[in-house]
Design a binder for this molecule. Structure first.
Ligand code: PCA
Length: 211
């Protein structure tokens, strides 16, 4: 089984993105599945285009994108992407769309078709705080998640896809005058490994075969 997992480049003046730092140190195999890792640019539209190319090349059964959600205190397994671009800050090329739909012909929202509850529980079972989240925001992460679920709906129905938001790394929090919640990158990586493991096991159980 192929699992595609992506992180993002740093953005918003940060030197690192803990999502990418954690993705990069994941093992190459989890529960017997091959893990393909890639970085996406923090750009409206282009981030999703890069993801589409990766899916076309690697044909993953499962695609999980991971992004930084500065200020959150737990790893958040996202359940919903909305058809809206509304940037509170410009993306990495200075683009800040407001009140725009992502897809003119798309529904208002999509649910992830991953076993999100089992994934959050698997993270908690590692002793790491995790929640189910019902908003991935209206910035680039939501843009990428919405595109992913739109393609699953229209083009790649065999694929499962979703999104995980992670807190700041402790080094980012340490650099701020009023430190927000944070987790060390290796702990974030353990959370991602647990979530991926839960998704792989569920897929296998559903298929009833060893894919
Ligand atoms: N977080 C941003 C985009 C890239 C990232 O890591 C977001 O939550 O939209």
């Amino acid at each position: 089984m192929q699992v595609l997992i992506t992180g993002f480049a740093p953005f918003g003046g940060e030197k690192i993105n803990p999502a990418w730092e954690a993705v990069e140190i994941l093992p190459d195999q989890i529960e017997g599945a091959n893990i393909v890792k890639a970085q996406l640019p923090v750009l409206f539209g282009r981030g999703a285009e890069v993801l589409a190319q990766l899916v076309a090349v690697h044909r993953p059964e499962i695609t999980i994108c991971v992004g930084q959600a500065g200020g959150r205190a737990a790893v958040a397994v996202e359940r919903v992407a909305v058809n809206l671009r509304d940037a509170a800050m410009p993306d990495n090329s200075g683009n800040a769309p407001a009140d725009e739909p992502i897809m003119a012909d798309g529904p208002a929202a999509y649910f992830s078709n991953l076993p999100t509850r089992a994934m959050a529980e698997a993270i908690r079972a590692q002793g790491i705080p995790a929640v189910l989240s019902y908003s991935a925001g209206t910035y680039v992460c939501n843009d990428v998640m919405y595109h992913l679920l739109y393609w699953i709906d229209k083009r790649w129905p065999q694929m499962q896809g979703g999104f995980i938001h992670v807190p700041y790394d402790i080094s980012q929090a340490a650099g701020k005058p009023s430190p927000p919640p944070s987790l060390p990158v290796p702990v974030i990586a353990r959370a991602l490994e647990a979530a991926i493991g839960a998704a792989v096991r569920a897929r296998r159980a559903e298929a009833g075969v060893s894919v």
